[in-house]
Ligand binder design. Structure first.
Ligand code: ATP
Length: 313
């Protein structure tokens, strides 16, 4: 295992005591693309900060490629690349200089640094912007430069904290392609995200994290299959006073695998059964059916099933 996290805990003792990471154990295999999926405040950034030697754990242990990040941070850092949540490119330097200086900082000779920088600019389709300054780049391009810079010293593991936050859909897809491309170099990637599509599209395995704890960990396909449903129907009702009666009635319909009350009505988990939609509508009409949303099962559904909450709430 290239990333080993054991019993990790981080408590912030400020004005308020916050348990940001509450006993996380996880292992990432070499070459894997691993995702930490959870809502804001779940403890993802704190976990990454500890892994990348930017924060100290309260207890527990992290080893990257066998190196303990607390005992030997300087050695650990050589094996780690990191793209934090915010743009940390040097605004006074060109794109070329940002990457080149990173290489020199990690001990490359001038010639090696230049060659590596040129190679990365090409790999990340940035050659036309070599002389540009960070302020002249779109969010998507800046993010690609940050990734190129983070892997310039050939780390074993790249940590990406919310890599597509603030990116438009097109830039997000370009960023996903860039991250997938890292597989060819054998780099292990650990990313945090609160976008279920991102975790689903990119990751070999995903840990769903909430309130500093891992709730489940598996491949996206297995996580979705664990729901035992293909579709989720969300009913918005005018009259919620007798929802429990409706819930009981719906549970009896063939194809429905789960029903739960929500603030505004009912959430139904179902396998594809012919005619189910009209049966649901018929059952819900007496309660003043205001709106109906149908979604395919996603990692969001898994989160909802586990916590009763939406990822974005
Ligand atoms: P986000 O994507 O919003 O950063 P996250 O899942 O990465 O969310 P963290 O940033 O790790 O979550 O935060 C976890 C909890 O720890 C939150 O309740 C946050 O308010 C708290 N926290 C984070 N940093 C500090 C700090 N320096 N001092 C006190 N509390 C903190």
């Amino acid at each position: 295992m290239i990333v080993e996290i054991e019993g990790l805990q981080k408590i912030y003792n400020g004005r308020q005591r916050v348990v940001a990471v509450d006993g996380i154990d996880l292992n990432v295999r070499e070459g894997e693309l691993y995702g930490l999926l959870g809502p804001n405040g779940a403890g993802k950034t704190t976990t990454i900060s500890i892994c990348t030697t930017r924060a100290l754990p309260t207890s527990g242990r992290v080893r990257i490629a066998g190196v303990d990040v607390v005992a030997a941070p300087a050695i650990a850092r050589k094996g780690i690349g990191v793209v934090p949540q915010y743009n940390t490119l040097d605004r006074a330097c060109t794109i070329f200089e940002n990457i080149n200086f990173h290489c020199l900082y990690f001990g490359f000779s001038r010639a090696e640094a230049k060659a590596r920088t040129e190679q990365l600019l090409e790999q990340f389709h940035l050659t036309e912007r070599t002389g540009a300054y960070p302020s002249q780049l779109s969010g998507g391009l800046a993010q690609r430069v940050q990734i190129a810079r983070a892997i310039a010293h050939r780390p074993k593991v790249l940590f990406l904290d919310e890599p597509s936050a603030g990116l438009d859909p097109q830039s997000r897809i370009a960023m996903w392609d860039a991250v997938r491309g890292l597989r060819q170099e054998g780099i292990t990637v650990v990313l945090t995200t609160h976008y279920m599509e991102e975790a689903d599209e990119l990751c070999d395995r995903v840990a769903i994290i909430d309130h500093g704890k891992i709730l489940v960990e598996d491949t996206p396909a297995n996580l979705k299959a664990s729901i035992g449903a293909q579709r989720v129907y969300l009913l918005d009702l005018k009259d919620c006073s007798s929802v429990p009666v409706l819930v009981d009635g719906l549970k009896k319909l063939a194809g429905i695998t789960g029903v739960e009350a929500t603030d505004k009505g009912v959430r139904i988990f179902a396998q594809g059964a012919d005619g189910l939609l009209s049966e649901i509508v018929q059952a819900a009409n007496p309660y003043g059916l205001r709106d109906l949303t149908i979604n395919e099962t996603s990692l969001e559904t898994v989160f909802i099933r586990l916590t009763g909450r939406d990822l974005r709430e």
